[in-house]
Design a protein around this ligand. Sequence first.
Ligand SMILES: NC(=O)c1ccc[n+]([C@@H]2O[C@H](COP(=O)([O-])OP(=O)(O)OC[C@H]3O[C@@H](n4cnc5c(N)ncnc54)[C@H](OP(=O)(O)O)[C@@H]3O)[C@@H](O)[C@H]2O)c1
Length: 252
Amino acid sequence: MNNEIIIITGATRGIGKKIYDTLLKKDSTMISGTGSTAPAEKEPLLYQTDFLNGQSVQNFILLMSNYLEKNNMQIKALVNNAAIYGGRGNPPRTRKEIIHVNYKMPQLVFHSFKKYFSSNARIINISSGLGELRNFSKEIQNAFNDPALSEIKLNNTVQTFIENKNFRWPDDSYGISKAALNTLTRIWHHKYVITENKQWKIISICPGWVRTRMGGNEAPLSIEQGADTPLWALKSKMESGLFYRKRKTIPW
Ligand SMILES: NC(=O)c1ccc[n+]([C@@H]2O[C@H](COP(=O)([O-])OP(=O)(O)OC[C@H]3O[C@@H](n4cnc5c(N)ncnc54)[C@H](OP(=O)(O)O)[C@@H]3O)[C@@H](O)[C@H]2O)c1
């Protein structure tokens, strides 16, 4: 049995499902996915996990950890893809819910599973152009660009956004959640790849504007096009610590 697994969150629809289905067909590695509407546990393929429900998240982490331990498996790649967006006909969401699913959950999943990462694991944070720093004030850009920024300090900054304190925060929870996720990518790259010399590749990807439930029918890109760069990044010789779109790097 191949003892490596790829985990994709939000594998029940849209871009995540496309990545999941493509890998299931083409990759000999075990693939596992999550989604709140996944069919009841089909270990290790799909876990039903509601990222807005603490108990459900704990169950997923426990089940997955037990599975990895029992089968002596390592994680070859983690694709943090599940996300929510309050606009464009999607169900309305609070600031807290958006930050929770789009920022805190990728962070929790990463830290819960990092002990299982293989020596050359790939961690792919699916982000968005709406999180590019040029969209925000200089003050907010400086807060996210602070070279001394630690994960704890970033968490505090994100918390002030939820509480609407400090800075003139824009009313764009989704953009802020993705800017914060990108900042996590940079902090993790610095800590694990640069400082600890791990051979992991940790990147962010903007899939472009894609015709999914989140992107809506007007989006110019098909789901195949949206999944292209994440699928490429799972296989190619890309560099760690960068932000990609259409297989090319873009500024943070
Ligand atoms: N579409 C675009 O135009 C676009 C543009 C830029 C970036 N992105 C990013 O691309 C990624 C995929 O987006 P998409 O367009 O494929 O979105 P989507 O079609 O809305 O799919 C979102 C996925 O996230 C899962 N998810 C949402 N809430 C969840 C929750 N509370 N608990 C567990 N899973 C949850 C969904 O699972 P269930 O349905 O089972 O709940 C689904 O599998 C996201 O990170 C998004 O921010 C998309």
